[in-house]
Design a protein around this ligand. Sequence first.
Ligand SMILES: *Cc1c(COP(=O)(O)O)cnc(C)c1O
Length: 400
Amino acid sequence: MIWYPYEQMKTMKTPYKIVDAQGVNLYTEDQKLIDSVSSWWSVIHGYKHPELNAAIEEQLKKFAHVMLGGLTHEPAQKLSDKLQSWLPGDLDYCFFSDSGSVAVEVALKMALQYYMNRGETQRTMALALTRAYHGDTFKTMEIGDDEDYHFVLNAYGKSQYVAHIPTEIPALEEAFEKYHHRLNCFIVEPLLQGAGGMQMYDVSFLKRARELCDKYGVLLIFDEVATGFGRTGNRFVADLVLPDILVLGKALTGGYIGHAVTVASHKVYEGFYDDDPTHALMHGPTFMGNALACSVALKSIELFENQDYMSKIRRIEAITRREMEGFTDPRIKEIRIMGGCVCVEVYDAASIRGYQQFAYERGVFSRPFLNYLYAMVPYVIQEHELVQVLETMKEWFRTN
Ligand SMILES: *Cc1c(COP(=O)(O)O)cnc(C)c1O
C-alpha cells in the first residue's frame, strides 16, 4: 500500500482519487476541481498541455534516459545552454538532479567544498533563516527550521553547523559579525518562504545580505525551488539580487517530471576547476539530466517566454488584490499577497479545519496546512476560475 507524505496514516482521511487532469482542473470520478495548489506549486502551465506532452513524446521516440556519467545528450546540453543565457549574471554552470532537496544538498556541498578546496577549513557553518524550508533530506532538514523535523533536533541536539536568523537586517548584521570566519554560505528562500507559511519579506534584506556576503567572502545561495519561474511576481528573485548559487526545481519541468538544477556562478565553478582530482565536485544522481525532464523543461521555458507569463502573473496578482481588498474576519491574522501567491493566516489552526472538504464541494482543490490557507494557482488560470478560488476562501469565513 501507499505510505502517504506528511500524514499520520492512522487518522488520515481518504485522499481524493484523480482520474484525469486538464488545464487548471483535476477530475475525480464525480467532481471537477480547480487545482489551487498546482501540485505543490509546480504545474504552472496546467495539466495535459499539448506542447509539453508533444515535447516528451518527441524525445521518447529517441530515448527516455541515459546517464550523464561519461555520456551526454542534446536535451541536457540545450537546457543548460538555455539556462545559461536566460538566467541573470554569470550563473552559467548547471548541475542537474532529480529533486529540489537533492539540488539544495548539492548547493550546500558546493559551498562547503569551495572553501575546503581553498584550504579555508574553518568554514564549516551555514547561515539560514528561521521558518526556512529547504527539503526533506537530512542536511536540508538541518539547514531548514521546520517544526516537523524537531524530532531530529531531539535525537541529535542542536547542530553546531547552522545558525538561524529572522529576516531582519540587525539580526543579519549581528550574525555576520559573530560567525563570518566560520560561514561558507548564507542560504535563503528569497522574498517568499513557502513551506514555512508563505512568509514574505523585503528585498532590502537580500541587498544587505549580498553586501555582507561580499564583504566577508561568504557564498549567497538562493533556494528558488518554489519562488523561481515567476511565483513572486519576479521571473527569478535572482533578477533583483544576484546569488552565487541558484537552486531551481518544482516548476522547472512545468510539473511534469521531478527534476532540479543547481546553477553556479563563475567564481564557484573556478573553485573546483583544477588539476587536482580531489577538487572535483563529487556528486551524481542516477537520473540527473533525464532526457524527458530536460525536453519538457526546455519547452516549459519557451512557453514562459513566448507567451509572456510575467504579464499573466501580474494579472493574477491584480485580480487577487482586487478580490481580497478590504476582506477581514476576526479569526484572520493577516492576508499576504505576492505575485502568484496568496495566503490567509489565521490565529488558530482550528478555524480552517474542514476547509478542504468545503472547497472540494465548491469545485476547488486546496490543501491548507497549520494556520495557513493559501492558493498558488497555475498561471494559465482564467479570471472567473481565480475568482472562484478566492470566493471559496471568503465564503468559508462568512458561513462558518
Ligand atoms: C519543495 C521545496 C524543496 C524540495 O524540493 P523537492 O523536489 O520536494 O525535494 C526545497 N526548497 C524549497 C524552497 C521548496 O519549496
